[in-house]
Design a protein around this ligand. Structure first.
Ligand code: XLS
Ligand code: NI
Ligand code: NI
Length: 437
């Protein structure tokens, strides 16, 4: 029985459409900058929010109406849920999904039983993927929910927690490979601290690096060729997470010789929690070749936590797409909606409205970004701003032809700096508005 009997495959109807279950901008086949929209975005649905989000908050239990859910967390229900999920992806027209091991199958009474449960459900996932062509963007392991990870996993003060997490990642890598996953994400759920009074930071970070190295080595051993990603987040659930932002993650990877194996998965709301914007994080990662994948969502600037809302702000999506296009687009990565409907939006149809809105906002953002790039006005203004570096002393400095002594000589001769070139922030904002509005 279909879980969404009243909903047909979502179609593109164009900007004039008033049908809330249609796309107004996302047209999978439409070619932008030489590539179909479907391949620009590689849209992915997050299993954890879409299938396992209950709407619970610290003040009350879940509210979601999910008629397909059985009363208990059994393997049979888990298998049924997979079918519902893939029906959702298919009707939405999202080509990819992401999941944590524990999203899809319940834990058993032992690690062995848990692994068996996972294998049973993975068989259904495989069948449904083969039936529909929906693909796995990345897999990951939930190393934060179970109380055994109270002090973290790879950075736990308890060596057994590290060992259990290692066993879990081994299995998660096998399953990701089996499902043809194109990537694997490390997000350090509790890899951080609540207080430095009880924390040996150096030891914890060395353990985290050792853990990642084990995963990279095992991937090689089993022939998993997907891309590894590290997902920055500055806080929540711990007060301070080690994967704080792109800069901290890249430094960590380089310091431990992992930079060849692991790129970043940048999430909008994590960037803002770190006091950055997502475009800052994308640019910082992109300029150094670490831009791997994106967890698309939006935060609420009035709230200081990861609200994981759906992105509908066209300025936001335009900025994200400008940076992604600048760095050549996704190869292994994609746009994963790490986003959930609000507790008050409890009907199944809200899942469709939410994803359609996000996909349309990104489609519109892509078109605007492509236009901004095609007309080159913005790029020209940035280039012109640095024109003193294109000849004379600027070009000589960039060419390595100067040292402190020669520059002192140059400045003694010249006298002083004449400020040139207004920053033009206001003009640039108006220019961008011309494309957006
Ligand atoms: C949580 C993270 C998480 C990762 C996957 O804040 O965004 O959902 O993407 O473990
Ligand atoms: Ni995420
Ligand atoms: Ni998040």
């Amino acid at each position: 029985m279909a879980a969404f009997p009243d909903i047909q495959k979502i179609q593109y109807e164009g900007p004039q459409s008033k049908n809330p279950l249609a796309f107004r901008h996302y047209k999978a086949d439409e070619v932008v900058e030489g590539k179909a929209m479907r391949d620009h975005f590689r849209f992915s649905v997050a299993y954890w929010h879409t299938m396992r989000g209950t709407g619970a908050d610290p003040f009350g239990p879940g509210t979601m109406l999910r008629p397909w859910e059985g009363a208990e967390d059994t393997v049979a229900n888990a298998m049924n849920r997979v079918r519902v999920f893939i029906e959702f992806c298919e009707k939405l027209g999202a080509g990819f999904f992401c999941f944590h091991d524990r999203d899809v199958a319940p834990e058993g009474s032992s690690l062995a039983e848990t692994n068996t449960n996972l294998d049973t459900v993975v068989r259904v996932i495989r069948e449904e993927m083969d039936r529909t062509g929906v693909k796995l963007l990345w897999g990951t392991a939930n190393l934060f929910s179970n109380p055994r990870y109270v002090h973290g996993a790879a950075t736990s003060s308890n060596a057994d927690a590290f060992a259990y997490a290692a066993a879990q990642v081994k299995k998660a890598l096998e399953v990701t490979k089996e499902l043809g996953g194109q990537g694997y994400v490390f997000w350090g759920g509790r890899e951080g601290y609540q207080t430095l009074w009880n924390t040996d930071m150096k030891r914890e970070l060395d353990h985290l690096a050792r853990f990642m190295r084990m995963a990279v080595d095992y991937a090689k051993e089993i022939g998993f060729t997907g891309q590894f990603y590290f997902e920055p987040k500055p806080k929540e659930p711990t007060k301070h997470q080690y994967d704080f932002d792109a800069a901290a993650c890249i430094n960590f990877l380089r310091a431990h010789g992992l930079e060849k194996h692991i790129k970043l998965n940048i999430e909008t709301n994590h960037a803002t929690l770190a006091g950055h914007t997502v475009e800052h994080e994308l640019e910082y990662a992109g300029m150094q070749g670490f831009l791997g994948s994106v967890d698309a969502n939006a935060g609420d600037l009035l709230l200081g936590w990861d609200t994981d809302e759906f992105p509908t702000d066209v300025y936001l999506t335009t900025k994200i797409m400008l940076t992604i296009l600048k760095y050549g687009g996704f190869t292994t990565g994609g746009l994963n909606f790490d986003a959930k409907v609000r507790r008050e939006s409890f009907e199944p149809v809200d899942l469709f409205y939410a994803h359609i809105g996000g996909m349309d906002a990104f489609a519109k953002g892509l078109k605007i970004a492509a236009q901004i790039r095609a007309e080159r006005e913005l790029a020209k203004m940035v280039r012109d701003r640095y024109s003193t570096w294109d000849s004379g002393v600027g070009a000589e400095i960039e060419g390595g032809k100067h040292d402190l002594k020669s520059l002192e000589k140059y400045m003694l001769g010249k006298g002083d700096v004449t400020p040139t070139g207004s920053g033009r922030k206001e003009l640039l904002e108006n220019l961008v508005n011309r494309y957006v509005l």
